[in-house]
Design a protein. Sequence first.
Length: 317
Amino acid sequence: MRSYLDFEKPVAELEAKVEELRALAASGDGVAIGDEVQRLQTKAGEALVTLYANLTPWQKTLVARHPARPHFGDFAKALFEDFTPLAGDRKYGEDEAIIGGFARFRGEAVCVLGHEKGSTTETRIRHNFGMARPEGYRKAARIMELADRFGTPLISLVDTAGAYPGIGAEERGQAEAIARSTDACLSLRAPSVSVIIGEGGSGGAIALATANKVLMLEHAIYSVISPEGAASILWRDTAKAQDAATSMKITAQDLLRFGIIDAIVKEPTGGAHRDAEAAIAATGEAIADALSSLAGLDGDAVRKARREKFLAIGRNL
């Protein structure tokens, strides 16, 4: 059964009527309702197009967090062959909020990293809702160092509300681990492409997203703090999260205008959760195009271009 967000209520009502009519037709009472079903479907489709063409930043935040939105595992299964995940940071332990390893992307060997939120209660707990601890970022840095050694392009898929803020994580050096992962991103001599597929939250996101090319799905968000966190700090009232989302400029459209990201990957009408297969396919094409644009550059040129890209953000804002 499809899950609707609060602002999708008009579409939900129309699609519910369509389902009722289909159930009536399936009961075999002989009522001719084909024309009415078609009319309602068209009306629902038009309402969905209008709604998603005018989403507010807060509504985009809700879409980016939709539980049915495709996660890292869905992208990895559809886009990569022979994916071999690696575990552990060789210092403390394994963290399943970040998954990484080596695979093939359209025949080419690549390094793959990403946040996994999980899609059921059990997997969400196991992956800690995509919020990594220090060992997750140290694992990421270790895998990136391997990729650098073999000259393997890096593809990272970012989807996290932020790094895990627990006491244990802080005691084990959360900030230092994020900094080392970010430094590993910057130091790569191989091309790197990052895609914000859902939420890109704070340093927990940038630790994997410091890439030559940074892409965002159309309804993803990318910010230094969550809207709720910003509202709590600025107004001491999380109910003002909608105002914070608008003021923070967290949407893909805003960030492209500021030059923080390089391209937007268009989502199916109604968001990636309505047609995960199409969203993943579009993402694969965008990754291929980004890697192609970096082909032919030597290691020093790749690393210099990446550093200059992020230095320029600071100069231009």
